[in-house]
Design a protein around this ligand. Structure first.
Ligand code: NAD
Length: 254
């Protein structure tokens, strides 16, 4: 019987690429997004038999619980949860507002906590272990310009990943994270635009601010990230937990 995965923020970008890859790997996939239109479109691109859309805001515990329940009811099982949904406000220090701070932490950090909590509840009820995989960033490994709030959330995700790896190992659950670099998605184009604008420069300048240090000299495709997540979702990573796999073409070495 095929395994079941939930990917949050799977309506577009990296989340969709992950859902597409896990689907190709043989998973039935729950496509969770707060954008119903893109979530339904993602299912249409995969298959209405083996993909299923659920609408939830990952910053809301009750919505996450209800959406996970629907996927488990629909497919009858759950093995892998990818807490991918995130937002990336561009925040030079003096411009940060309480609203930006609260929203980014509620989604990027809260979303990982509520998604992990719902995953743990279902894995226990289903009587088997599982894999929790969280989205951090190279900006959660080293400081990046203008990203105080975003970087803060992504450093937090690595901490949560390490803590949950310790807490959930007894339930046969591994918890790992992936740290993309500069990926060609709507999120990254938005950051490049705003960083360029803040400096009185164009979008290309904004992108190069981040991209100039990529050792492999090309921006990342969403599929580069999905390849690593496929590994973390599969049996070949069974002896890995608490780790962050950096998928950034060689920006951060550690
Ligand atoms: P994106 O903005 O292109 O897509 C994000 C998706 O998440 C969208 O479908 C959006 O509707 C959904 N989403 C956002 N907030 C949500 C919420 N509260 N509840 C439910 N769904 C929500 O972003 P992306 O570039 O694909 O990024 C995916 C993840 O990878 C994020 O966690 C991001 O921080 C991380 N990341 C991206 C890059 C990059 O270069 N693009 C780099 C490092 C890390």
């Amino acid at each position: 019987m095929s395994k079941v995965a939930i990917v949050t923020g799977a309506g577009q970008g990296i989340g969709f690429a992950i859902a597409e890859r896990l689907h190709k790997d043989g998973f039935k996939v729950g496509i969770l997004d707060y954008n119903e239109e893109t979530a339904q479109a993602a299912v249409a691109k995969l298959s209405s038999d083996t993909a299923f859309a659920v609408v939830a805001d990952v910053s809301k515990q009750d919505q996450v619980n209800a959406a996970f329940d629907k996927v488990v009811e629909h497919f009858g099982d759950l093995h892998v949860v990818v807490n991918n949904a995130g937002v990336a406000p561009t925040t030079p220090l003096d411009t940060i507002t309480p609203e930006q701070f609260e929203r980014a932490f509620a989604i990027n950090v809260g979303g990982v906590i509520w998604g992990s909590q719902a995953a743990h509840r279902h894995f226990k009820t289903l009587g088997h272990g599982g894999k929790i995989i969280n989205a951090t960033s190279q900006a959660g490994c080293v400081g990046n310009p203008n990203l105080t709030v975003y970087g803060g959330t992504k450093f937090a995700v690595r901490g949560i990943t390490q803590t949950l790896a310790k807490d959930l190992a007894q339930d046969n659950i591994t918890v790992n994270a992936y740290a993309p670099g500069i990926v060609k998605t709507p999120m990254m184009y938005d950051i490049a635009h705003k960083v360029g604008k803040n400096a009185g420069k164009d979008d290309e300048w904004g992108m190069q601010t981040f991209a100039k240090d990529i050792t492999l000299k090309r921006l990342s495709e969403p599929e580069d990230v999905a390849n690593a997540v496929s590994f973390l979702a599969g049996a070949d990573s069974n002896y890995i937990t608490g780790q962050t796999i950096v998928v950034d073409g060689g920006m951060v070495f550690h």
